[in-house]
Unconditional design. Structure first.
Length: 202
């Protein structure tokens, strides 16, 4: 329980952006928030990126990174956000369609690489979820647009164009359903998995 300002932590985040005309309480809370953001910067062989929180460990969550960028981190930490987006693309390209075996969707024509592994085991091994649990993956493009509209160079936009084309061709287009002109999403994929299990009697 915090009873006064002096009971609150008093961190000094690396980012020196401060609120103007703030009360002492708001100023302290702002620094605590920045410090919390910085405490979730993860550095691995995949690069530097914003983690989803200490309890999640070294796991890349594209959706969390992207929404955090759009909601403010693109402006406050543009370079780390840039590295975060690149890390999400590197991890996804490396894994391709490596998934837990029950997530193979036979009506989707891609190079499936099934593994007999749990969801938790998959995340621990590969530091992200399998593709069939995260087809909101496309949200990285929204984040990239927001980020590079503010800070982007010609090279940054070339990277977005190249990656965008690659991901639509290899990852998104195979999930397009021409019967309704929509893309299968995370929930619809889970429904397909359940139908598959029901048909097999498992």
């Amino acid at each position: 329980m915090y009873n006064s300002l002096n009971d609150l932590p008093d961190p000094q985040p690396k980012l020196d952006v401060r609120l103007k005309n703030a009360t002492p309480l708001m100023e302290r809370l702002w620094r605590i928030a920045l410090s919390d953001v910085e405490s979730n910067i993860v550095e691995t062989d995949d690069g530097k990126y914003f983690g989803a929180g200490k309890s999640f460990g070294v796991v890349v969550f594209t959706r969390d990174i992207s929404y955090s960028g759009v909601l403010g981190l693109n402006k406050l930490y543009p370079e780390i956000m840039k590295q975060s987006l690149r890390a999400t693309r590197d991890v996804r390209l490396r894994l391709g369609f490596t998934v837990q075996k029950e997530y193979v969707l036979e009506n989707i024509d891609v190079l499936w690489q099934p593994e007999d592994i749990s969801e938790v085991g998959f995340a621990q091994k590969y530091h992200t979820n399998s593709y069939c649990r995260r087809t909101d993956d496309v949200v990285w493009l929204w984040c990239a647009y927001d980020l590079f509209s503010k800070t982007g160079t010609k090279e940054d936009w070339q990277w977005v164009y190249k990656m965008g084309n690659k991901f639509f061709e290899e990852f998104y287009d195979p999930f397009f359903d021409s019967t309704d002109d929509l893309f299968y999403g995370q929930r619809s994929q889970k429904s397909l998995v359940m139908k598959k299990k029901l048909k097999s009697g498992k």
